[in-house]
Unconditional design. Structure first.
Length: 91
């Protein structure tokens, strides 16, 4: 299973994605990787989260960027679990 999040703009910084990725690794052992689609990968801990660029040519903004995750262009395969950056994963 791949866990995916979207970090766009300045409301949430990279630490939110890093904490989410560490919580996923700790509590979801079947998770193969955590992918963060973002407009700014600065500060992401690449040992626990894989940064991928958000599309710029599609003209999507804000929550519409989440729709991109369901396109073939996102390059996601197999089971995918989407989590918002402010999600708290508990064991």
């Amino acid at each position: 299973t791949t866990v995916v999040c979207v970090k766009w703009g300045t409301k949430y910084d990279a630490e939110y994605a890093n904490k989410l990725a560490r919580a996923v690794r700790r509590h979801l052992p079947r998770c193969s990787k955590v992918v963060c689609f973002t407009d700014n990968a600065e500060g992401l801990d690449e040992t626990c989260v894989e940064p991928r660029p958000l599309p710029t040519e599609a003209g999507l903004e804000a929550w519409w960027l989440k729709a991109y995750l369901f396109s073939a262009a996102a390059g996601l395969e197999g089971p995918v679990l989407y989590l918002d950056l402010d999600t708290v994963v508990c064991g």
